[in-house]
Design a binder for this molecule. Structure first.
Ligand SMILES: [Zn+2]
Length: 186
């Protein structure tokens, strides 16, 4: 198991748009394995790379016993039907709010080897794909709530046991930082 800590609401990485994957290499497959293990350990329906502090456009899903992943997703909506129901997020643990989403989605992208693939999703799968793709754009499901719902959600977050407004953001330092011309990070 390679379960990784999940970044929580307030961590700036969750608000940073992720970069497209260019190299379909062993490092990407390790990331997808980490995402899958962490998602399953936490019992989530999906997990996006930024939630592990990695700014790449990839997410995993586990919906109705279908486990998979999608790299560089692009969403298309075949109709204008909507759904409304409870939605949560592993980065906002324990809190669920009714969130409007499109009912049907076609998500096109690639698998971990760079082969084209697509997910035709409805209901919970469609909700998951939209939620995870939002993460790749730095968008949280709170942003999809109406102003009243968002106010209630923010109040609940501030009261949540895990929320620490004074916590400094966790910065991932590369073990090769000293050798990098860009200094920290890399
Ligand atoms: Zn989420």
């Amino acid at each position: 198991m390679t379960v990784q800590p999940i970044r929580l609401f307030g961590d700036p990485v969750l608000r940073t748009p992720a970069e497209p994957v260019v190299d379909f290499d062993a490092e990407l497959r390790k990331l997808i394995a980490d995402l899958t293990d962490t998602m399953r350990e936490q019992g989530g329906a999906g997990l996006a790379a930024p939630q592990l502090g990695v700014g790449l456009r990839v997410f995993t899903f586990d919906v109705d016993d279908v486990v998979g992943h999608l790299v560089n997703p692009v969403l298309e909506f075949p109709d204008s039907e909507e759904q409304d129901g409870p939605e949560g997020c592993l980065s906002i643990p324990g809190l669920y709010f009714d969130t409007k989403r499109r009912l049907n989605v076609v998500a096109k992208g690639f698998n971990e080897y760079g082969d084209p693939m697509q997910i035709v999703g409805t209901g919970l799968m469609a909700r998951c794909v939209q939620h995870e793709t939002d993460h790749l754009d730095g968008v949280l499901f709170l942003d999809r709530l109406d102003p009243k719902g968002r106010k209630e959600a923010m109040k609940a977050i501030r009261q949540a046991e895990w929320y620490d407004p004074g916590a400094p953001p966790v910065v991932k330092v590369s073990p090769h930082a000293a050798a990098s011309p860009f200094g920290l990070g890399g």
